[in-house]
Write a protein that binds this ligand. Structure first.
Ligand code: ZN
Length: 403
């Protein structure tokens, strides 16, 4: 009888061990549905922003006097679509991780189910072999009342162990069904997100074409656009005055912090190319027929062959004094390298720095684009020395001129 009791205890212990192993096997969740829900909330915010932009756009008159205002809204709409694409891409990545996790969990549950079923079968087989399939026979062999009570305990343990095996088996089957269902749901959601991504990417392309065409159409009739050009030139001049003022103020402030010493401005020069492309589509100075409605007296250089995803690097270390949007420059950043020595980077699709940030030479300031007065993706780059804009190509070498 002692052997039976031992067997029952062994089985109970085995079951306990199996339960513990199962708990340990469950992998820590790296991605949860709530992560995806948070992304979906962000997506809803972006959609309402987009609707607001669309109603503002449709309220604008379809004439050239409001073209720059329209371009500004289109630039915002493009940034919104780009943010939506980023959001959907993050959702897809989360779904992919969730699917991988669920598949691993499902495999684990299936393996546990298999082990549990084998255990159940071996229990039944053992009982059949020992002829103890009928618990009553154990009881009939009792020699005394104390012996009978002892035997009842054994039977309870055996019955409990059997029931626990069966219960676990059923729980595992339910777990497997649930995992299979959630796996199917995640796969369907992921497919829907991928289809959505395709739609949004083509929307982004057509929005960019629309924005570039809007600026291009302004050149069609010089007379009509004269007012717009004047406005932009005034804006650029005001910006340049503001830049020089800020740069000088910053240099004075820094000198004061350094203990009233004479402002020790960094030496002039020492710039690196702000983008990997060295292809110049428009040089510094006068140009007979400018692309777009840009100033006929070009105050910087245009670097082409950059697309909408190229990183823009600080040409020289310094402090960011401007990071904002303007009708002429679109998203632009200005870095001050000393009193009156600044570099300007324009038409970015996105800015990665804020005013006040210190940047090292080569740090990423933003991503190239075609915001503001621009007819296609390029970087408009300016260098000011002693408060005056100079030709950047006197410093930057190894370029190719567009022919
Ligand atoms: Zn330019």
């Amino acid at each position: 009888m002692k052997t039976m009791k031992k067997t029952a205890r062994f089985l109970t212990a085995l079951l306990l061990a199996l339960t513990l192993t199962a708990a340990e096997l469950a992998p820590a969740l790296a991605v949860t549905q709530s992560d995806i829900d948070a992304l979906k909330n962000d997506a809803a915010d972006l959609t309402s922003q987009r609707k607001e932009l669309e109603s503002k756009l449709s309220a604008l008159k379809d004439d050239k006097s409001q073209a720059m205002e329209k371009k500004k809204l289109l630039d915002e709409k493009i940034a919104n679509t780009a943010a939506q694409i980023k959001n959907v891409e993050a959702q897809i990545a989360d779904y992919t991780a969730l699917i991988t996790q669920t598949e691993a969990e499902l495999l684990d549950a299936q393996q546990r189910e298999e082990a549990q079923y084998e255990l159940f079968c071996s229990r039944v087989r053992a009982m059949e072999e020992r002829g103890t399939i009928s618990y009553w026979s154990v009881l009939f062999k009792a020699e005394s009342f104390t012996d009978l009570l002892g035997r009842l305990d054994i039977i309870n343990e055996i019955m409990d162990a059997d029931q626990a095996v069966i219960d676990q088996l059923q729980a595992l089957q339910a777990e497997i069904e649930e995992k299979k269902a959630s796996l199917e749901a995640s796969k369907a959601e992921s497919e829907a997100a991928k289809a959505d991504l395709m739609v949004k990417k083509s929307e982004l392309d057509s929005q960019r074409r629309e924005a570039n065409a809007l600026i291009q159409s302004l050149t069609a009739n010089e007379n009509e656009t004269e007012a717009a050009i004047d406005g932009l030139e005034e804006e650029e001049a005001a910006i340049q005055a503001m830049i020089i003022k800020k740069s000088k103020e910053l240099a004075a402030q820094q000198a004061a912090q350094n203990g009233n010493q004479t402002p020790s401005n960094a030496a002039l020069g020492g710039y690196i190319w702000p983008v990997s492309s060295h292809y110049i589509t428009s040089t510094f100075g006068g140009r007979a027929s400018p692309g777009g409605i840009g100033s006929t007296n070009h105050k910087g250089i245009d670097i082409g062959r950059v697309g909408y995803t190229t990183e823009i690097h600080a040409a020289k270390a310094g402090t960011v004094i401007v990071s904002q949007y303007s009708s002429s420059y679109g998203n632009y950043v200005v870095v001050s390298h000393g009193s009156g020595n600044t570099t300007l980077y324009a038409h970015m699709s996105s800015r990665k720095v804020s005013a006040g940030d210190y940047v090292n030479q080569g740090d990423v300031l933003g991503i190239t684009g075609s915001t503001g007065n621009s007819t296609g993706p390029h970087l408009h780059f300016e260098i000011s020395e002693n408060g005056v804009r100079i030709n950047p190509l006197t410093y930057l070498t190894g370029y190719t001129l567009a022919g």
